[in-house]
Design a protein around this ligand. Sequence first.
Ligand SMILES: Nc1ncnc2c1ncn2[C@@H]1O[C@H](COP(=O)(O)OP(=O)(O)OP(=O)(O)O)[C@@H](O)[C@H]1O
Ligand SMILES: [Mg+2]
Length: 417
Amino acid sequence: MPHVVFIAPRFAENTNRYVAAFASLASAGVRTSVVSGDPDTAIPTALRPHLAAHYRVNDPMNAADITTAVRAISRGVGPVDRLTGALEQLQMPLAEVRAALDIEGMLPEIARRFRDKDRMKEVLRARGVPVARSLLVGSKEGLRTALSELGYPAIVKPQAGLGARSTFRVAHDADVDALFAQGIAPSTDIPLQVEEFIRAREYTCETVTVRGVPVWRSGTRYLPSPLETLENPWMQYCVLLPREEEETDWTRFHDTNGAALSALFGDAANTAAGTALTHMEWFLREDGSSLVNEVGARPPGVGIMPLMSIAYDTSFFAAWARLIAKDEFVPKKRVRAAGAAFFRGQGQGTRVASVKGIERAVADAGDALVEMRSPKVGQPRADGYEGEGYAYVRSETTEGAKEALLALVQNVRIVYS
Ligand SMILES: Nc1ncnc2c1ncn2[C@@H]1O[C@H](COP(=O)(O)OP(=O)(O)OP(=O)(O)O)[C@@H](O)[C@H]1O
Ligand SMILES: [Mg+2]
């Protein structure tokens, strides 16, 4: 009976989908324990009977806290076979705890290849996988030297970023001065990554590997790119999962995806570390060439888990839980296209002042609409490209999904004040 420990930092809506997925494996002989910053009273009632243990910690993202929790859980419930969590920021601490407690799975050296953008590019380059030219810099002079080498425009971003929040496009010396003026400058303690700017479309490739062997792939396109969306706060953001499974821009990337994953997993491929759902972001240039941007060794965000569930008529949360707990994955056929629209407001301000066009959007999207969370007046302004509300759509065709997304983002108008 495999025993899985899942880190649920808070019992929030999205996290609970993962907890529920593991809990549902009880009938398949999997025992699940959870570690959380929340008390056990916050566990959804329906899930409680299916959990073997709950351990509360002060800081659920902290390796020492997680170690204490896992030790206690193994004393109470029994040895831990898998230690996992869905969040990007958990991947390094989880690897450290596995190393400390001798739990099978991804260890720090491999986890760092996924978490540290500089290390990732170094590993990929060494294996001939195409990536943007980049340099890691630890001082203001270093940044200027790197920019003179790479040229403008360039991207400046953290070594281990998230949500594109601290990613900047710099086109002139003045942009660099402006970054410094805002207090954004590299130091030896906190270096920054400088990259040549890649003018391209942005795609994702989700891959299931079982002990290092890719057994299934899917992909999406970001419309527009996360950076463009952040630079233009009025833009609403979409993610599209096409209907076609064969011979598309996405499938032409599969060899590069395979080469990149094999480079990153390295010698650990043939172990539990190589059993993963990975989320790769990549660029497709006008000339047809592609480059890997970054890879997460965790389930994708920006609605891609629900979109895959829609497109493949299955629960991807459940599929991921089974993959991690039992090293099993049954590839499904794609049966439709899916898309996500993220609603963002216009104007300055810190709160949602008005939400218009919802009814029209719902009517125009018609049967394609699967789920919608419309923003509420008074709600605080979100800081990322995911905005303050979303909708998921489905369609028999890619075009149909695009039309439904358009109906949503053209009609929904949010104003901040
Ligand atoms: N070299 C590059 N050229 C052009 N655009 C880039 C480059 N690097 C990053 N970007 C843009 O910035 C965005 C964020 O970069 P990246 O994915 O590396 O950071 P992140 O903080 O991990 O983002 P997220 O968590 O949203 O995936 C990318 O999606 C892309 O739009
Ligand atoms: Mg990214």
